[in-house]
Write a protein that binds this ligand. Structure first.
Ligand SMILES: *Cc1c(COP(=O)(O)O)cnc(C)c1O
Length: 495
């Protein structure tokens, strides 16, 4: 059955998947959501021998119903290839009785690669399908990982340009180096004096600027988004939760139909929302455990039903989760208010105007499948050390936030359901924090020296993504104020 997409704020209705992918954000500032969540037909057991690519096809075809089989297969084959350093694409590791779903084996060693390696292909296919002749300009705000993954995905892709804004002092040294060394004439990277929320708000404002959009069109350009507000990011992320379940079945860790819990280190709520969609599609997932760092706006929301972004923005060792305006939560709010766009719009307007909204009791009931938790900096680093000393397995800071939250959840509930933790980044991406957690005697070493030490400690080879940036020249040194983002866009496009 065909699926059409509508804005969570009611201003745009019934567009095709390819149109929604091209637009990124709906014209009323809302996010595109499918008119229903499709259910997986038949028996998951029958898919257990499927490759990642096969599972990707089976899941994505249910959402991207205006893509032909050939188009979709073509996108999948181009995305999930040797760019990943493991044939399984998303392998699972067991440590201390928990399953770590490793989502960091792609080109930029963070989970963003899972979706951003396919988005450029979905986007160019969508452009072709819709007879778009404008060049597509991808605008991206990043808390560190999306930027590089999007740059790597779109670099040198014909018919596209990509501009990335990142918080100048809010990303890890490796993350920054990865971005500012990006090759490709169609790429542009700008550090802003502000935090991630400033970058994201700036990008959303540019999208909503109709006059600018028209001016751009007159010059042969149109904007789109590579942020997780794009439905073309969300759909590919559902795949690995299905794949993880199949993996556990295949390895006989669970039996058909047995429920699992999923813990997700969360920032913009894209990754955990994909798990929620997987659950609604029929994957036997019991609890969705949302893990936050010290920026625990989501934890507070799940506890109280009140979303309140009016608080201090804290820079942590898990920078990709340093977020106070969690964009994708809007898709959940829309759903739990009964797909009522007008009601959702009220909440979002309240958020914009006052920084706060409170959901109704009725809506709160629909969040019963969720648990929230948070981890302090000390707990996070202690967990990295503890797990390493116990098992030899090294996890990154974001994954460690999830592991702490999981420990707290088990201590509180005694729930022993088999559990998958989404492992969202390679420890090498946050090498300094990870190594410091394990053994602080190396603190004075240079970043790259620390990587070498970490490789020995973890007994894992240095990933190619790190080797590549070691001696790479800086190609982008642009910095701007947060209210100058439009000028930067115009400068790059020479318009
Ligand atoms: C982006 C990111 C997250 C947060 O994911 P969301 O989908 O924004 O919730 C967590 N960990 C890492 C390493 C990331 O790059």
């Amino acid at each position: 059955m065909a699926i059409l997409y509508s804005s969570t704020r009611g201003g745009e209705k019934n567009v095709t998947a390819s149109e929604a992918i091209l637009k990124g954000l709906a014209c009323d500032g809302g996010l595109f959501v499918p008119d229903h969540i499709p259910v997986i037909e038949g028996n998951l057991q029958d898919w257990k021998e499927y490759s990642y690519q096969q599972v990707a096809y089976e899941i994505m075809k249910l959402y991207l119903t205006d893509f032909t089989k050939e188009e979709l297969m073509n996108c999948i084959e181009k995305a999930y290839d040797e760019k990943f350093d493991t044939e399984e694409i998303a392998p699972m590791a067991e440590a201390d009785g928990v399953y770590y779903l490793e989502l960091f084996h792609g080109a930029t060693i963070a989970f963003k690669d899972m979706a951003l390696s396919i988005l450029p292909h979905l986007m160019t296919t969508s452009a072709k399908k819709n007879n778009i002749t404008n060049e597509i300009v991808i605008l991206t705000a990043t808390s560190g990982d999306t930027g590089k993954a999007a740059l790597a995905g779109f670099a040198k892709v014909e018919g596209t340009k990509i501009i990335v804004f990142y918080p100048k002092n809010g990303v890890s040294p490796i993350q920054e180096k990865q971005m500012i060394t990006q090759e490709g004439d169609n790429t542009y990277v700008v550090g802003i004096h502000g935090n991630f929320d400033d970058a994201q708000t700036g990008v959303k404002n540019i999208f909503n600027d109709k006059e600018l959009g028209e001016y751009l069109a007159s010059k042969g350009y149109q904007f789109s988004s590579a942020n997780s507000i794009n439905i073309g990011r969300l759909v590919p992320q559902i795949v690995y939760y299905v794949y993880a379940y199949l993996n556990l079945l295949k390895e006989e860790r669970i039996t058909q139909g047995q429920k699992i819990n999923v813990v997700v280190p969360t920032g913009n709520f894209g990754n955990i929302l994909a798990a929620y969609y997987a659950k609604n599609m029929g994957v036997p997932i019991d609890r969705l455990i949302c893990a936050s760092n010290d920026n625990k706006v989501l934890y507070d929301f799940f506890e109280t039903g009140c979303y309140d972004k009016n608080r201090e923005f804290i820079l942590t060792s898990s920078p990709s989760m340093d977020i106070l305006i969690s964009s994708n939560l809007e898709r959940l709010i829309y759903r739990i208010c009964g797909d009522d766009a007008a009601k959702n719009k009220e909440f979002m307007e309240s958020l914009k105007e006052t920084g706060v909204y409170s959901i109704t009791e009725e809506m709160k009931h629909q969040l019963e499948g969720y648990s929230g938790g948070f981890a302090s900096e000390e707990e996070t680093s202690a967990k990295i050390k503890e797990l390493y000393e116990k098992t030899g397995y090294v996890i990154d800071t974001h994954t460690a936030v999830a592991a702490v939250v999981y420990d707290k959840y088990v201590a509180m509930t005694k729930d022993n359901t088999p559990t998958v933790i989404a492992s969202t980044a390679s420890p090498f991406k946050f090498g300094r924090s990870v190594l410091n957690a394990i053994d602080s005697t190396y603190d004075s070493l240079e970043d790259m020296e620390q990587i070498e030490v970490l490789s020995k400690v973890a007994n894992v080879a240095v990933p190619k993504a790190i080797e590549e940036i070691k001696n790479a020249p800086v190609r982008h040194d642009h910095v701007c104020e947060k209210d100058q983002m439009v000028e930067e866009v115009k400068k790059f496009l020479q318009i």
